[in-house]
Design a protein around this ligand. Sequence first.
Ligand code: 0L1
Ligand code: MG
Length: 261
Amino acid sequence: MSQTTEFARLLDNAARTATATRQIDPEGRLTLAQAYAIQSELVKCREARGEQRVGVKMGFTSRAKMVQMGLSDVIWGRLTAGMQIEEGTTVDFSRFVHPRCEPEIAFILKKPLAGHVTGPQALAAVEAIAPALEIIDSRYENFKFTLPDVIADNASSSGFVIGPWSDPHIDFSNLGLTLNIDGRVAQVGSTAALLGHPLRSLVAAARLAAEADEPLQPGWVVMAGGATSAEWIKAGQYISVDMERLGSAGFHLSAASSDTK
Ligand code: 0L1
Ligand code: MG
Protein backbone atom coordinates (compact mmCIF):
# COMPACT_ATOMS: atom_id res chain seq x y z
CA MET A 1 0.00 0.00 0.00
CA SER A 2 1.37 3.45 -0.89
CA GLN A 3 1.91 6.01 1.85
CA THR A 4 -0.80 8.17 0.26
CA THR A 5 -3.33 5.35 0.57
CA GLU A 6 -2.19 4.51 4.10
CA PHE A 7 -2.64 8.10 5.30
CA ALA A 8 -5.93 8.57 3.42
CA ARG A 9 -7.36 5.45 5.06
CA LEU A 10 -6.12 6.49 8.48
CA LEU A 11 -7.86 9.88 8.18
CA ASP A 12 -10.99 8.40 6.61
CA ASN A 13 -11.24 5.92 9.44
CA ALA A 14 -10.73 8.67 12.04
CA ALA A 15 -13.56 10.70 10.46
CA ARG A 16 -15.90 7.70 10.13
CA THR A 17 -15.42 6.61 13.72
CA ALA A 18 -15.12 10.16 15.15
CA THR A 19 -11.86 9.18 16.82
CA ALA A 20 -8.85 11.47 17.02
CA THR A 21 -5.72 10.17 15.36
CA ARG A 22 -2.00 10.89 15.41
CA GLN A 23 -0.60 13.50 13.03
CA ILE A 24 0.56 12.03 9.73
CA ASP A 25 3.26 14.67 9.19
CA PRO A 26 4.20 16.32 12.48
CA GLU A 27 7.41 17.75 11.01
CA GLY A 28 5.62 19.23 7.98
CA ARG A 29 7.82 17.34 5.50
CA LEU A 30 5.19 16.44 2.90
CA THR A 31 4.82 18.78 -0.06
CA LEU A 32 1.47 20.48 -0.56
CA ALA A 33 1.00 18.33 -3.69
CA GLN A 34 1.47 15.17 -1.60
CA ALA A 35 -0.94 16.48 1.03
CA TYR A 36 -3.62 17.24 -1.59
CA ALA A 37 -3.10 13.77 -3.10
CA ILE A 38 -3.93 12.27 0.31
CA GLN A 39 -7.01 14.53 0.56
CA SER A 40 -8.13 13.46 -2.91
CA GLU A 41 -7.83 9.78 -2.00
CA LEU A 42 -9.58 10.35 1.32
CA VAL A 43 -12.56 11.89 -0.48
CA LYS A 44 -12.54 8.99 -2.98
CA CYS A 45 -13.09 6.69 0.03
CA ARG A 46 -16.27 8.68 0.80
CA GLU A 47 -17.36 8.56 -2.84
CA ALA A 48 -16.79 4.80 -2.90
CA ARG A 49 -19.35 4.59 -0.06
CA GLY A 50 -21.88 6.38 -2.29
CA GLU A 51 -21.37 10.01 -1.25
CA GLN A 52 -21.69 12.47 -4.10
CA ARG A 53 -19.30 15.33 -4.60
CA VAL A 54 -21.18 18.63 -4.08
CA GLY A 55 -18.55 21.35 -4.02
CA VAL A 56 -15.51 22.80 -2.33
CA LYS A 57 -14.61 24.66 0.83
CA MET A 58 -12.02 27.36 1.10
CA GLY A 59 -9.78 27.64 4.14
CA PHE A 60 -7.46 30.16 5.76
CA THR A 61 -9.22 32.90 3.82
CA SER A 62 -8.61 35.64 6.36
CA ARG A 63 -5.30 37.47 6.17
CA ALA A 64 -4.88 36.95 9.92
CA LYS A 65 -5.18 33.14 9.62
CA MET A 66 -2.85 33.11 6.60
CA VAL A 67 -0.19 35.05 8.45
CA GLN A 68 -0.63 32.83 11.52
CA MET A 69 0.03 29.73 9.38
CA GLY A 70 2.85 31.39 7.42
CA LEU A 71 0.88 31.03 4.19
CA SER A 72 0.77 33.04 1.01
CA ASP A 73 -2.27 31.27 -0.43
CA VAL A 74 -5.57 29.88 0.76
CA ILE A 75 -6.19 26.15 1.06
CA TRP A 76 -9.19 24.16 -0.09
CA GLY A 77 -11.10 20.98 0.61
CA ARG A 78 -13.77 18.88 -1.04
CA LEU A 79 -17.44 18.76 0.03
CA THR A 80 -19.59 15.65 -0.26
CA ALA A 81 -23.35 15.25 0.21
CA GLY A 82 -22.84 13.35 3.46
CA MET A 83 -21.31 16.48 4.97
CA GLN A 84 -24.41 18.64 4.44
CA ILE A 85 -26.63 19.21 7.46
CA GLU A 86 -30.10 20.46 6.55
CA GLU A 87 -30.82 23.89 7.98
CA GLY A 88 -32.79 23.74 11.24
CA THR A 89 -32.24 20.03 11.84
CA THR A 90 -30.48 18.18 14.63
CA VAL A 91 -27.19 16.45 14.02
CA ASP A 92 -25.83 13.69 16.20
CA PHE A 93 -23.00 15.10 18.28
CA SER A 94 -21.29 11.72 18.35
CA ARG A 95 -20.40 12.04 14.66
CA PHE A 96 -17.73 14.62 15.61
CA VAL A 97 -14.38 14.40 17.39
CA HIS A 98 -14.06 17.93 18.85
CA PRO A 99 -16.09 20.22 16.61
CA ARG A 100 -15.84 23.95 16.11
CA CYS A 101 -18.08 26.12 13.97
CA GLU A 102 -17.54 29.24 11.87
CA PRO A 103 -19.87 31.55 9.94
CA GLU A 104 -19.41 31.72 6.20
CA ILE A 105 -21.06 32.85 2.98
CA ALA A 106 -21.81 30.15 0.41
CA PHE A 107 -22.10 30.35 -3.36
CA ILE A 108 -24.03 27.97 -5.58
CA LEU A 109 -22.95 27.89 -9.20
CA LYS A 110 -25.04 27.87 -12.37
CA LYS A 111 -22.10 27.50 -14.77
CA PRO A 112 -18.72 25.73 -14.74
CA LEU A 113 -15.88 27.88 -13.47
CA ALA A 114 -12.20 27.10 -13.84
CA GLY A 115 -8.77 28.65 -14.09
CA HIS A 116 -7.73 32.26 -13.77
CA VAL A 117 -10.99 34.18 -13.78
CA THR A 118 -11.81 37.75 -12.87
CA GLY A 119 -14.27 38.74 -10.16
CA PRO A 120 -17.00 39.64 -12.71
CA GLN A 121 -16.46 36.31 -14.53
CA ALA A 122 -16.78 34.47 -11.21
CA LEU A 123 -19.94 36.40 -10.32
CA ALA A 124 -21.46 35.57 -13.70
CA ALA A 125 -21.21 31.87 -12.78
CA VAL A 126 -23.04 32.30 -9.46
CA GLU A 127 -26.67 31.29 -9.20
CA ALA A 128 -27.19 32.46 -5.62
CA ILE A 129 -25.53 33.27 -2.30
CA ALA A 130 -26.50 32.25 1.24
CA PRO A 131 -25.47 32.57 4.87
CA ALA A 132 -23.79 29.36 5.95
CA LEU A 133 -21.99 27.56 8.77
CA GLU A 134 -19.02 25.23 8.52
CA ILE A 135 -18.26 22.65 11.16
CA ILE A 136 -14.54 22.10 11.29
CA ASP A 137 -13.44 19.04 13.17
CA SER A 138 -9.77 18.23 12.77
CA ARG A 139 -9.27 14.50 13.00
CA TYR A 140 -5.94 15.06 14.77
CA GLU A 141 -5.48 14.75 18.51
CA ASN A 142 -5.82 18.10 20.31
CA PHE A 143 -6.63 19.87 17.00
CA LYS A 144 -2.85 20.02 16.47
CA PHE A 145 -1.55 19.89 12.91
CA THR A 146 1.02 21.09 10.39
CA LEU A 147 -0.03 22.59 7.05
CA PRO A 148 0.32 19.27 5.14
CA ASP A 149 -1.59 17.54 7.97
CA VAL A 150 -4.58 19.86 7.70
CA ILE A 151 -4.66 19.80 3.89
CA ALA A 152 -4.58 15.99 3.90
CA ASP A 153 -7.42 16.03 6.46
CA ASN A 154 -9.75 17.77 3.97
CA ALA A 155 -8.96 21.16 5.53
CA SER A 156 -10.68 20.02 8.76
CA SER A 157 -14.06 20.11 7.04
CA SER A 158 -16.72 17.97 8.64
CA GLY A 159 -20.12 19.53 7.95
CA PHE A 160 -21.88 22.50 6.47
CA VAL A 161 -25.27 24.17 6.80
CA ILE A 162 -26.75 26.49 4.18
CA GLY A 163 -29.43 29.11 4.80
CA PRO A 164 -31.84 30.71 2.31
CA TRP A 165 -30.48 31.43 -1.14
CA SER A 166 -30.53 35.06 -2.39
CA ASP A 167 -29.86 36.86 -5.64
CA PRO A 168 -26.07 37.36 -5.92
CA HIS A 169 -26.46 40.78 -7.52
CA ILE A 170 -26.53 42.61 -4.24
CA ASP A 171 -23.41 44.10 -2.71
CA PHE A 172 -22.20 41.28 -0.44
CA SER A 173 -18.69 42.67 0.01
CA ASN A 174 -19.20 43.83 3.59
CA LEU A 175 -22.24 42.24 5.22
CA GLY A 176 -22.31 42.29 9.01
CA LEU A 177 -22.86 38.93 10.68
CA THR A 178 -22.94 37.20 14.04
CA LEU A 179 -22.26 33.63 15.05
CA ASN A 180 -24.66 32.69 17.85
CA ILE A 181 -24.66 29.85 20.33
CA ASP A 182 -27.97 29.19 22.08
CA GLY A 183 -29.11 32.65 21.01
CA ARG A 184 -26.11 34.46 22.47
CA VAL A 185 -23.70 36.27 20.19
CA ALA A 186 -20.36 34.46 20.26
CA GLN A 187 -18.61 36.20 17.34
CA VAL A 188 -19.21 39.39 15.36
CA GLY A 189 -17.74 39.93 11.90
CA SER A 190 -18.22 40.84 8.28
CA THR A 191 -17.99 39.10 4.93
CA ALA A 192 -15.18 41.56 4.18
CA ALA A 193 -12.94 39.35 6.36
CA LEU A 194 -12.82 36.96 3.39
CA LEU A 195 -9.85 38.33 1.45
CA GLY A 196 -11.48 41.78 1.47
CA HIS A 197 -14.40 40.48 -0.65
CA PRO A 198 -15.88 36.95 -0.67
CA LEU A 199 -15.75 36.89 -4.46
CA ARG A 200 -11.95 36.68 -4.18
CA SER A 201 -12.40 33.37 -2.42
CA LEU A 202 -14.49 32.09 -5.33
CA VAL A 203 -11.82 33.31 -7.77
CA ALA A 204 -9.23 31.33 -5.76
CA ALA A 205 -11.52 28.27 -5.70
CA ALA A 206 -11.78 28.35 -9.50
CA ARG A 207 -7.99 28.50 -9.83
CA LEU A 208 -7.18 25.79 -7.27
CA ALA A 209 -9.89 23.39 -8.44
CA ALA A 210 -8.73 23.76 -12.05
CA GLU A 211 -5.12 23.08 -11.01
CA ALA A 212 -6.42 19.81 -9.55
CA ASP A 213 -8.28 19.02 -12.80
CA GLU A 214 -11.58 19.32 -10.97
CA PRO A 215 -13.23 22.43 -12.47
CA LEU A 216 -16.06 23.86 -10.40
CA GLN A 217 -19.36 22.45 -11.67
CA PRO A 218 -22.87 23.90 -12.06
CA GLY A 219 -24.84 23.00 -8.94
CA TRP A 220 -21.74 22.90 -6.76
CA VAL A 221 -21.54 24.81 -3.51
CA VAL A 222 -18.45 26.86 -2.66
CA MET A 223 -18.04 27.61 1.04
CA ALA A 224 -16.04 30.83 0.96
CA GLY A 225 -14.26 30.57 4.33
CA GLY A 226 -14.65 31.60 7.94
CA ALA A 227 -15.66 35.24 8.48
CA THR A 228 -14.73 35.11 12.20
CA SER A 229 -12.75 32.83 14.48
CA ALA A 230 -14.32 29.42 14.96
CA GLU A 231 -16.09 28.61 18.23
CA TRP A 232 -16.02 25.29 20.09
CA ILE A 233 -19.49 23.76 20.02
CA LYS A 234 -21.01 21.27 22.46
CA ALA A 235 -23.75 18.67 22.62
CA GLY A 236 -27.22 20.14 23.10
CA GLN A 237 -26.43 23.56 21.65
CA TYR A 238 -28.20 25.47 18.86
CA ILE A 239 -25.69 27.22 16.60
CA SER A 240 -26.72 29.88 14.09
CA VAL A 241 -25.45 32.65 11.85
CA ASP A 242 -27.34 35.89 11.25
CA MET A 243 -26.18 37.81 8.22
CA GLU A 244 -27.23 41.29 7.16
CA ARG A 245 -29.56 41.15 4.13
CA LEU A 246 -29.17 37.39 3.63
CA GLY A 247 -30.88 36.01 6.75
CA SER A 248 -30.04 33.14 9.06
CA ALA A 249 -29.03 29.50 9.14
CA GLY A 250 -28.73 27.19 12.11
CA PHE A 251 -28.64 23.64 13.40
CA HIS A 252 -28.95 21.76 16.67
CA LEU A 253 -26.42 19.38 18.14
CA SER A 254 -28.01 16.39 19.83
CA ALA A 255 -27.71 16.17 23.59
CA ALA A 256 -26.64 12.56 23.39
CA SER A 257 -24.58 10.46 25.74
CA SER A 258 -21.70 11.97 23.76
CA ASP A 259 -21.99 14.92 26.19
CA THR A 260 -18.89 13.59 27.87
CA LYS A 261 -16.70 13.98 24.76
O1 0L1 B 1 -10.33 28.07 7.40
C1 0L1 B 1 -10.62 26.87 7.35
O2 0L1 B 1 -11.78 26.43 7.16
C2 0L1 B 1 -9.50 25.90 7.50
C3 0L1 B 1 -9.76 25.13 8.70
C4 0L1 B 1 -8.56 24.37 9.06
C5 0L1 B 1 -7.93 24.88 10.27
C6 0L1 B 1 -8.66 24.50 11.48
O3 0L1 B 1 -9.08 23.34 11.62
O4 0L1 B 1 -8.76 25.37 12.34
MG1 MG C 1 -14.32 27.28 6.96
